[in-house]
Design a binder for this molecule. Structure first.
Ligand SMILES: NC(=O)c1ccc[n+]([C@@H]2O[C@H](COP(=O)([O-])OP(=O)(O)OC[C@H]3O[C@@H](n4cnc5c(N)ncnc54)[C@H](O)[C@@H]3O)[C@@H](O)[C@H]2O)c1
Length: 416
């Protein structure tokens, strides 16, 4: 891996039997992490949302359908560790109408949070996923409410089936792994580029109003400038980052050439509940949390003073919803950073999580890894101006919710 690539997933390394993961430029040990069912299964999802327009037939149908299924009024997450998404009527300026949405990759970490928020807001939701990296458990709480199309975005026919009658597509499906893209760039390209092309073609052919695309801060790659503004030259390094940028370019092309509305969001170091701490390419936050809940010390490579724009998943979800609805110049065919616009060091992150987890351990430091980027931070002015985006959840609150989630997972595993 060359220097300066920033994303949540970079090559893994091994150390004395305990796998060490390189996450956003940091390697952390994973031995002892838990793989158990998620308490997401306990989330209550129902609908009791106001509908400001009051005349969206499909929304009424969806509500009636859910009512027939016996879904009660929305009571929020049963467990406090899950994200409590704000009610849509808290934001009267957006989301005035309900939509029929497709979430590709809805069984994944971020996709399942978009599904949760959309359902909570009363939208009609379909998911397309082949569960290559996602988990069925992520959708267990929503099985009654989501139309699930199982399939591969590499198949135009499957995607075409999934986008039928949809207003908006939230395209999250991808093989989101830098190391895997280095080992197998052809597959990375097939899923992340050809798959996106299928989504765009099917959306164009089916009259979808807008496609919101999940891009990545990794497209900035070797560009050292801080903070990262969307108009900086992109210098992707890994095949994964190249694919993300190519797919972004296809989005813009489809807007220019076919008039399909597209918006691309560049995510920065997203974290939150349902992120798999055992994935070979998992992110630093769930790894720190699961280690510290076990009273073990994670390994930090370098002095821990490297910093990242750690973004609670609820903020990325909010950016997606804004991107789906925003109007005006400078929205369609454009890219936006989706982040907090702040950066925190790994030492800070460790300290916060240690306190929340009630652990009494020091991190174990190891020599810095060659090629680690020192700092990453998004400029979110463009998203603020054109999408009306504002981060809803602070790092501290995001971490608190995350620790509660993984503590509940641990408790559930212990009680079995
Ligand atoms: N998590 C981050 O910090 C981060 C940062 C930058 C960009 N992103 C982007 O956000 C999106 C979601 O990432 P995530 O972290 O939730 O990862 P994830 O692996 O949890 O989700 C990806 C989903 O896509 C599905 N998928 C993969 N290949 C597929 C295929 N061929 N057909 C259908 N579905 C397929 C997976 O099964 C999974 O459910 C990805 O596009 C990723 O590149 C994530």
């Amino acid at each position: 891996m060359a220097a300066s690539e920033v994303d949540d997933r970079e090559p893994a390394e091994a150390d004395a039997g305990a796998p060490l993961l390189d996450v956003g430029g940091v390697l952390v040990g994973t031995a002892g992490a838990h793989r158990v069912a998620h308490p997401a299964q306990d989330v209550l999802v129902g609908v009791d949302r106001s509908d400001p327009s009051g005349n969206v037939a499909h929304a009424q149908e969806a509500r009636a359908r859910r009512s027939r299924r016996g879904c009660g009024p929305f009571t929020g997450p049963r467990r406090s560790g899950l994200v409590a998404y704000p009610r849509r009527d808290a934001f009267p300026s957006i989301l005035c109408s309900l939509m029929r949405a497709l979430v590709t990759g809805g069984g994944g970490f971020i996709g399942s949070h978009i599904v949760e928020r959309l359902l909570g807001d009363g939208h009609d939701v379909r998911v397309l996923d082949n569960f290559a990296t996602g988990r069925r458990e992520n959708l267990l709480a929503f099985t009654e409410d989501v139309d699930l199309v199982e399939g591969d975005i590499q198949s135009y026919e499957r995607v075409h089936t999934a986008v039928r009658d949809r207003d908006v597509v939230f395209h999250q499906a991808a093989l989101p792994s830098v190391p895997r893209s280095i080992q197998d760039p052809l597959t990375s390209n097939a899923v992340n580029v050809i798959g996106t092309l299928n989504v765009l073609l099917a959306a164009r052919d089916s009259g979808v109003r807008r496609v919101v695309y999940a891009s990545s801060s990794s497209v900035y790659g070797a560009n050292p400038a801080l903070p990262k503004r969307e108009d900086l030259p992109t210098l992707p390094i890994s095949p994964y980052a190249v694919a993300k940028l190519a797919a972004e370019s296809y989005c813009r092309s489809f807007t220019e050439v076919y008039g399909l509305e597209t918006v691309a969001l560049r995510y920065f170091n997203v974290f939150g509940p349902r992120q798999d701490p055992l994935s070979q390419y998992s992110a630093v936050v769930p790894l720190f949390i699961t280690k510290l809940l076990d009273g073990e010390a994670p390994t930090i490579f370098g002095d821990g003073e490297q910093s990242r724009d750690f973004t609670p998943v609820a903020n990325v979800v909010e950016a997606n919803l804004r991107a789906a609805e925003a109007q005006g110049d400078g929205v369609v065919g454009c890219v936006f950073n989706a982040a907090c616009g702040e950066r925190y060091t790994l030492n800070h992150l460790f300290g916060e999580i240690r306190e929340l987890a009630g652990a009494d351990v020091e991190p174990s430091y190891a020599p810095p890894r060659l090629g680690d980027v020192k700092h990453s931070q998004a400029d979110i002015a463009r998203a603020r101006e054109h999408l009306g985006y504002e981060p809803l959840v602070t790092l501290a609150d995001g971490l608190r919710g995350c620790v509660e989630f993984y503590a509940a997972v641990r408790e559930a595993a212990g009680s079995r």
